[in-house]
Ligand binder design. Structure first.
Ligand code: ZN
Length: 216
């Protein structure tokens, strides 16, 4: 198991560094040296709000204005949605933990996440393309099929170089996290919620519905 990802936060003594990605102790410093504001313009007091956190691991600094990180630009991947199956969640969390270092690695792990999701949905998962095709035959909604195919194609390291490379495109990688959560919500959470509510119907009503639907 990889260590849980700790989001950089103002004033914290340790978090996953936005540069090297490792969990590391952070030393906090004022980013400008103290001096008298001789100009009387208030420039110094504005600068004074800048603080730097310095990573004990790689030595690089991050800049904060008040409590907001503004350098380097930070991409925080969303947490897994509540109904993500355990098996898939492991890969999803690992994708989150390496996201700031490698968009491409995260995308490849998200592809593995959906490979495990199609297994939960009754497919073998060995051939992801074929598994998605089978789900389509069983009535998979077109937008969910598209979401699965985006993660499948972008997460494939064998994709022709330069075409769909997420290496320098964290925005694209970030979208894959959102799509993966959306797939789980649509294919697992929603049917579960509907089934729970349906179960509260009186037996007589459920029997009548079953009879109706068995009639050709
Ligand atoms: Zn670092």
């Amino acid at each position: 198991m990889t260590q849980d990802y700790v989001t950089p936060e103002y004033g914290k003594s340790g978090f996953n560094c936005p540069h090297c990605g490792a969990f590391a102790h952070q030393e906090w410093r004022l980013s400008v040296d103290s001096h008298e504001d001789s100009t009387g313009t208030g420039t110094y007091s504005r600068l004074h709000q800048l603080r730097a956190s310095i990573c004990a691991r790689c030595g690089n600094f991050a800049l904060w204005k008040k409590d907001q990180l503004f350098y380097p630009p930070m991409y925080v991947a969303p947490l897994p949605t509540a109904d993500m199956p355990e098996d898939a969640k492991e890969d999803y969390e690992e994708a989150r933990s390496i996201f700031s270092q490698s968009s491409r690695g995260a995308a490849a792990l998200l592809r593995l996440t959906i490979q495990k999701l199609v297994v939960v949905l009754g497919e073998s998962g060995d051939n992801l393309n074929g598994s998605i095709g089978n789900l389509v035959k069983k009535g998979l909604r077109i937008d969910i099929q598209k979401a699965l195919d985006v993660v499948r194609v972008v997460g494939n390291n064998a994709v022709h170089p330069g075409v769909l490379d997420v290496k320098d495109n964290p925005d694209m990688a970030l979208r894959l996290f959102k799509l993966t959560n959306l797939i789980v919500e649509d294919m697992i959470t929603k049917p579960k919620e509907v089934a729970e509510i349906y179960e509260t119907l009186p037996e007589g009503a459920k029997d009548a519905i079953t009879k109706r639907d068995n009639k050709d």
